[in-house]
Design a protein. Structure first.
Length: 839
């Protein structure tokens, strides 16, 4: 019975996996012995979905993270040049004193907004339910009135398409792929991304494979033969960045062959609404009725008129007055032909709208947005798209016909389309579930960028502040291009202090030179709050060691249905401190101590005691920290069913409907999804650099994390390689294992060649996430475009963010996770490869 007694010495704690940024949100059942983590296992929750968790290799190895040599154990002060990575160990007192003094100095000279905070939380565990490191950093920015750097342009395909089509992104990001294990579709279109066995390596991979086993056909649209393609029933290989052309041709098939769901389009989309030919705006009641007519309509409604012909004579919904109705949308009744007025957020139209109407009312020529879409997509047929996408016409036609005929069919768009035109590509793919009505099917739906935490339980995301009036929230958002512009113009807000928390921009926010040469030299102080040595800490003046997920106590709602006591598995290593210590210490010395009067534990109690969310407040006995410490996992008061964000079909777009036609975008020429060639297809550029540069994410790392764990490094091959099709290599005289240089005008990186038929000719793939110190020369991202600058901004990106802020209403910008108004171009740069001379 030695085994039993050995086991009885072990303590169990639950810890959020540090690879949480893969959006699987796995939680590690962590076994602790003699104060050390010995192993991690998957965790079993409570309720009908208790078994939904799995772990990937990273979760199984995560217990190594606290003990790695790269771990930062003490506060550090730079002694070498920035970038050299030479530091001395100092005391917390000295670190806090010196940092605070510099913040005060910058504030005196340039105002508190000269403090620029990078708070991008993707790589932070428990980020979607308001973990304390995030919440307190945000609280600091709000109380200090600092500038918060708008998040880097990542994952823009889903961000922009959700904003344009459905009003915002966050609502749709809480979806979990587990949903499809319960509501299995007949057909699954995975478009742009590599979820199976790679980017969604745990529960989601299981979902897809289980679905397939039960009969769902999986079709994957991608550019190379990745792990998802290998598992799919059909792989559709497409030329990089050309997805909109294929998707628009499929939309054309659905419309021209009458395969669309008229009822769905009429109720839930802007399809019936007339658009003015003169200005591209939706026709409004004020355009066709006089003040008098509208006032009359309101009176009629108030008097309880007969109801016959209501649409024409009154069309006034209960509760509307003459000031609301001016904005009503206008549809066209089939017989008799007459306008139908439709207020925003009303689904049932009183009449029989003609989806294909083209009419002139009061001298204004109009067409329905559906007719406009029909005309817009008509140039893209399965045949015409072939030259652009490389997808044979017969394949395009077969896929769309099967997708429609297999209803309910589902669509999963992930983030693989990382090109300047990503938002347009994803909007085009959105048309398939919208037009076919599969979006309205319980066993169909669309997932775009699912963050995966299901029921969105409000534990005060990002602010820890029911004590806080929204009006008191200070601070502002700053785009990187504004920051860069400020260096050229002393009249503008100057930025002098850079505080970076839980992200690694020098590695992950291309390009590297942007930070090291353009931003950092202007900063009087760079503070990095980290767990480990990174490419960004190398440039810090001070590094503050934070207690990691195993070490600090937290509460979290990993998948939306259970609240879990997290962390506190082991003591903080070295002198690492919890976030309450770090932020309170600085706050006291920069004049905002009153807002930071609690310890980590007190914040957790406060958070639980003040929450207003019925998922928690209606539990009996109430969830206190003591109860949670005891029970570890408590089932929340949420429905047993998986969360379904599409259920209500009420959208926060201006019309309350799905807006595949967006009037705000008509002035910039893209009211509807359009094919815009990606930059890598520009013939002039291609002449100079013929290959697509693809710095992709590694299977065994989570962005820049896990790269130090020896076992995972071994799995990943221990070094970055340049993947190439043999034909591409042969043209350049390159063989397997040759040392090569990948280069373009921005820079060059060296690695060994790896030849593989899995990649199409014309690309060079580097798994990018190894730190700079692993390369003999520069790391690969020196070749990438500088994201978030004028080079990657455009009118569409800017307009998307404007629409997002407008939809959010009066909420302070820093509370809605401001994101760069630019596009991501991770795969949208060109390069060439040459063999290096043998040394
Ligand atoms: N192992 C691991 N998992 C991760 C991460 C990690 O670093 N490592 N990172 C996490 C994060 S932050 C994110 S955002 C997600 C991203 O996860 P995904 O979106 O799934 O992955 P990406 O690496 O962006 O996408 C790469 C895939 O996109 C496809 N692709 C590339 N270009 C095109 C194109 O033009 N058209 C189409 N249709 N497909 C194309 C390729 O076939 C390629 O396999 O992964 C998360 N999961
Ligand atoms: N070339 C290239 N670049 C890319 C991508 C790509 O595919 N190719 N993918 C892009 C995408 S989609 C994303 S989302 C971004 C991700 O970019 P990042 O968010 O920068 O990604 P990570 O490498 O996960 O960085 C998270 C950092 O936070 C630290 N950290 C983790 N937990 C804590 C904590 O509790 N406290 C503190 N203080 N620190 C913590 C980790 O040690 C790690 O260094 O990268 C983007 N960059
Ligand atoms: S890295 Fe692996 S174990 Fe960790 S959350 Fe992602 S899938 Fe789960
Ligand atoms: Mo991401």
């Amino acid at each position: 019975m030695a085994i039993a007694s050995q086991e009885s010495d072990e303590r169990i704690a639950y810890v959020a996996c540090q690879g949480w940024g893969c959006h699987e949100h796995c939680t590690l059942k962590t076994f602790v012995k003699d104060g050390k983590v010995v192993r991690t296992e998957r965790m079993i929750l409570k309720g009908s979905q208790a078994e939904r968790y799995s772990l990937c290799q990273k979760g199984i190895m995560a217990g190594r993270l606290p003990y790695l040599p790269e771990r930062i154990l003490h506060p550090l002060k730079r002694i070498g040049e920035r970038g050299e990575g030479k530091f001395e160990q100092i005391s917390w007192d000295q670190a806090i004193e010196e940092i605070s003094a510099k913040i005060n100095e910058a504030t005196e000279k340039h105002g508190s907004r000269s403090v620029l905070m990078n708070l991008f939380p993707c790589g932070l565990t428990n980020n979607t339910t308001g973990s304390l490191p995030y919440a307190l950093a945000v609280r600091f920015s709000h109380t200090f009135d600092a500038s918060v750097l708008a998040a880097p342009p990542v994952d823009m395909a889903g961000n922009q398409s959700c904003i344009a089509d459905f009003g915002d992104m966050i609502i749709y990001f809480h979806q979990n792929t587990y949903y499809w294990r319960v509501h299995r579709p007949n057909y699954m279109l995975i478009w742009g991304g590599n979820p199976i066995g790679w980017s969604r390596a745990a529960s989601s991979s299981r979902t897809f494979l289980e679905m397939q086993e039960k009969g769902t056909k999986i079709v994957d649209v991608g550019i190379f033969y990745d792990t998802t393609a290998a598992k799919a029933d059909q792989f559709v290989k497409i030329n990089p960045g050309t997805d909109a052309a294929l998707a628009l041709s499929m939309a054309n098939v659905i419309i021209s062959e009458g395969l669309y769901d008229e009822d769905f389009l009429t109720k839930h989309t802007v399809a019936p609404f007339l658009v003015r030919e003169d200005n591209g705006q939706f026709l409004r009641r004020r355009d066709v009725q006089s003040q008098e007519e509208m006032a009359h309509a309101v009176r009629m409604a108030a008097g309880g008129s007969s109801g016959i012909s209501q649409g024409y004579l009154t069309g006034v919904t209960e509760g509307q007055d003459s000031s609301d109705i001016v904005e009503d949308y206008v549809a066209w009744n089939i017989t008799p032909g007459r306008p139908l007025f439709v207020p925003a957020h009303v689904t049932d139209i009183d009449g029989c709208p003609d989806l294909l109407a083209s009419v002139t009312i009061k001298g204004i020529a109009c067409k329905t947005s559906f007719l406009k879409l029909k005309e817009h997509v008509s140039k893209w047929t399965p045949e015409s798209q072939e030259a652009v996408t490389g997808v044979p016409a017969a394949v395009a036609s077969k896929v769309v016909h099967e997708y429609v005929a297999s209803r309910p069919s589902a669509t999963y768009i992930y983030y693989g389309m990382r090109y300047m035109n990503a938002g347009q590509s994803a909007r085009a793919v959105d048309l398939l579930p919208i037009l076919s009505g599969n979006l309205g099917e319980k066993n169909g739906r669309l997932m775009t960028g699912a963050l995966g935490d299901g029921h969105n339980v409000g534990l005060d995301f990002g602010i820890v502040a029911p004590d806080f009036e929204l009006a008191n929230v200070k601070g502002t958002a700053a785009n990187l291009d504004e920051v860069l512009a400020s260096f050229e113009d002393p009249e503008k807000q100057q930025y002098k202090v850079f505080i970076n928390c839980f992200s690694n921009p020098v590695l992950n926010w291309p390009n590297r030179q942007l930070w090291t040469e353009k931003v950092f030299p202007h900063m009087d102080l760079i503070v990095v709050n980290e767990l480990r040595d990174t490419d960004t800490t190398a440039f810090a003046d001070y590094v503050l060691p934070e207690a990691g997920p195993f070490e600090r106590e937290e509460i979290g709602v990993p998948l939306g249905d259970c609240i879990v006591h997290l962390g506190a598995a082991i003591e903080p290593q070295g002198e690492a401190k919890d976030p309450a210590f770090i932020w309170s210490s600085i706050a006291k010395r920069v004049g905002i101590g009153e807002y930071f009067d609690k310890t980590n534990e007190e914040w957790l109690r406060f958070k639980l005691d003040t929450t207003q969310d019925p998922a928690l407040t209606e539990l009996d006995p109430p969830v206190t920290l003591d109860r949670l410490r005891e029970e570890k996992i408590i089932r929340l008061n949420v429905p047993d069913e998986v969360d379904d964000c599409w259920e209500a079909m009420d959208f926060i777009t201006p019309s309350g409907r799905i807006e595949f036609y967006r009037e705000e975008l008509s002035d910039i020429g893209v009211p509807m999804a359009s094919y815009v060639p990606p930059r890598i297809r520009d013939p002039r550029m291609k002449k100079k650099y013929p290959l697509q540069f693809f710095p992709g994410r590694s299977r065994f790392f989570m962005q820049g994390q896990f790269t130090e764990i020896p076992e995972l490094r071994d799995l990943a091959g221990n070094k970055s390689t340049v993947g190439m099709n043999p034909a591409t290599a042969f043209e350049r005289g390159i063989g397997e294992g040759d040392a090569v240089e990948v280069f373009n005008d921005r820079g060059a990186a060296q690695a060994l060649a790896h030849l593989t038929e899995a990649l199409p000719p014309g690309m060079a793939l580097l798994w990018y996430a190894y730190p700079a110190k692993d390369y003999l020369t520069d790391p690969p991202t020196v070749l990438s475009s500088p994201l978030g600058t004028a080079e990657t901004n455009d009118a569409f990106g800017t307009e998307c963010m404007q629409m997002r802020f407008k939809a959010a209403g009066p909420i302070p910008i820093t509370l809605i996770n401001p994101q760069c108004a630019s596009n991501e171009t991770y795969w949208d740069d060109l390069c060439d490869v040459r063999k290096l001379p043998v040394a």
